[in-house]
Structure formats: structure tokens, C-alpha cells
Design a protein around this ligand. Structure first.
Ligand code: C2E
Ligand code: MG
Ligand code: MG
Length: 259
């Protein structure tokens, strides 16, 4: 797993990380997780993969906690993982076994997957919510959320899809869409995370729009857990009002910025 920091825009504080799957194939090198998951989803492999992700992430949270790091981690699940109660049971079991408080964990599910058949996943989502694990609606804006469902599902967060965020500094329509999504989610009491924040301009626009949390290359790329500890010790919160010019960069291949 690689972990990408999520930063509270108002304070610059690191509030959590998203766990992202990485597979280094012996001959093909790094395999894109999108590609991997598309294939895995067609078989029982997905179930096994998700089980492994849950195990690894909860164990990592316990390790960070032992090292004095209080972080929340979000992990991604595939919609079929939520069709049975298995995943919620496993999460409850792991959290107890590792002594990790449930609010340290969050589960992300894409809007497209969730809205395709909300009733089918409601039991699992409700169970997770009852345990105290937050649910994030991922890739918000790419599926078709009925506002009814947005209101009724026990969600704690929406993540504005990066396709809108990437364009917002140059495209007024993207910027308008992002602002509307932030406003809608905020009005429903949901925390709003923008993914794909690549530069300072976007970050400032998000701050002005009232977005809660930013995740993207501007702050850091996804990185292995060991690197994250070092990154955190180097990290100095930057608030939009006092930001210096220039990018910040981070792991996964070459750093984009030299500051
Ligand atoms: P996602 O959950 O929406 O994850 C965010 C994606 O945006 C990640 O792609 C991340 O590397 C990328 N990203 C982060 N910051 C930036 C940025 O500033 N600019 C740009 N252009 N991209 C950025 P990644 O790691 O390739 O993952 C792709 C998708 O694969 C994820 O999208 C998620 O849907 C899925 N995925 C990843 N790990 C898992 C997993 O463990 N289980 C499941 N079921 N799906 C996973
Ligand atoms: Mg995600
Ligand atoms: Mg996403």
C-alpha cells in the first residue's frame, strides 16, 4: 500500500491519508491500480485483495499509533465487497484486534458504484457507520447521485473527483461545478475533500470556496508507509494566507518541485 496525505485547507494540518494499492509486477513493473482492480473485480480475487488491504491498513494504523502518530486512514473498497456483511465484520474484528479506534478508519466507495444499487450496499454501510467507521463518497460528480440518497445514506465525506479539480484553475465551468459541489455537500453536513490538487492556485481557489481538505501532488504524492513518517517529520503546515510561492512535491517517482 502507498499512502497519500490529506491536508486540512484552513490550517495546513495533515488530517489523514488515503491508502492506495500498488503492485510491482516482476517483469511489467508498477501496474496501474485502475487496471488491476478492473480485472480483479471480475473474480474472487477482488474479495481477497480487499481483505488484504483491510488487514494491512488497520495494522499500519496500529503501528503509527504505537509510534505516536495519530492519523486517520481511508481505504477504497469495490462495490461488490459491500454486497455481503463480510467486509464490515472483518473491519470490526481487525479494529478490535489491533485496538484501533473506529474513527481512525474510513471506507471510500465511488459514487458510480454506490448509486448503481444503493439498496444492495445499505446494510454494510449502515453496519460500518454503526461501528463508527466513516464512509466517503469517492469520485463525486462522475456518477449520478440522487439528492435523496445523498441525504439518507450515512455518509461522512464526499471527495470531489479530480477531473473537475484538475481543470478548475483554467476552466471557469469546472470551477463553478466544484464550488457547487462544495456548497451542496457542506449544506448536507458532509466534509468535502478535493482530490487531484496539483498546484497552489487550485489550492487557493479551494480555500476560497470553503473546501475542507485537499489531497494531491501539490502537497505530496502517494508513498510507502516508511517514507510517510519521514515526510511527516519534514512537513511544515502552510496556510493559504501565508503560503510561499512554488510547489511542494513529494514521493512516487520524481518530486515535481524543488522547494
Ligand atoms: P481514487 O480512490 O479516486 O484515488 C485517487 C487517485 O488520484 C489515485 O490514483 C492517486 O494516485 C491519484 N492522485 C492523487 N493526487 C493526484 C494529483 O494531484 N493529480 C493526479 N492527476 N492524480 C492524483 P491511483 O493510486 O492510480 O488509484 C486509482 C484508483 O484505483 C483509485 O481512485 C481507486 O478507485 C482505485 N484503487 C486504488 N487502490 C485501491 C484499493 O486498495 N482497493 C480498491 N477497491 N480500489 C483501489
Ligand atoms: Mg479513493
Ligand atoms: Mg477518487
Amino acid at each position: 500500500m502507498y499512502y497519500q496525505p490529506q491536508i486540512a485547507i484552513a490550517t495546513g494540518e495533515v488530517v489523514g491519508v488515503e491508502a492506495l494499492l500498488r503492485w510491482r509486477h516482476p517483469r511489467r513493473g508498477m501496474v496501474d491500480p485502475g487496471e488491476l482492480i478492473q480485472v480483479a473485480e471480475q473474480s474472487a480475487v477482488m474479495r481477497l485483495l480487499t481483505r488484504r488491504v483491510v488487514d494491512d491498513v488497520v495494522e499500519q494504523l496500529a503501528k503509527w499509533s504505537a509510534a505516536g502518530l495519530t492519523l486517520r486512514a481511508a481505504l477504497n473498497v469495490s462495490v461488490r465487497d459491500l454486497h455481503t456483511g463480510e467486509i464490515a465484520d472483518q473491519i470490526a474484528d481487525r479494529l478490535t484486534r489491533y485496538g484501533v479506534p473506529p474513527e481512525r478508519l474510513q471506507v471510500e466507495i465511488t459514487e458510480g458504484a454506490l448509486m448503481a444499487d444503493p439498496r444492495r450496499v445499505l446494510a454494510s454501510i449502515t453496519q460500518l457507520h454503526r461501528i463508527g467507521v466513516g464512509i466517503a463518497l469517492d469520485d463525486f460528480g462522475t456518477g449520478y447521485s440522487s439528492l435523496q440518497h445523498l441525504r439518507r445514506l450515512p455518509l461522512s465525506e464526499v471527495k470531489v473527483d479530480r477531473s473537475f479539480v484538475l481543470g478548475m484553475a483554467d476552466d471557469p465551468d469546472d470551477a463553478a461545478i466544484v464550488r457547487s459541489m462544495i456548497e451542496l455537500a457542506g449544506a448536507l453536513g458532509l466534509r468535502v475533500v478535493a482530490e487531484g490538487v496539483e498546484d497552489e492556485r487550485t489550492w487557493r481557489l479551494l480555500h476560497a470556496a470553503g473546501c475542507d481538505v485537499a489531497q494531491g501532488w501539490f502537497h505530496a504524492r502517494p508513498m510507502p508507509a516508511e517514507e510517510l513518517a519521514a515526510w511527516l517529520s519534514r512537513y511544515r503546515p502552510v496556510r493559504p494566507a501565508v503560503a510561499e510561492a512554488g510547489g511542494r512535491g513529494g514521493s512516487e517517482g520524481e518530486s515535481r518541485a524543488s522547494s
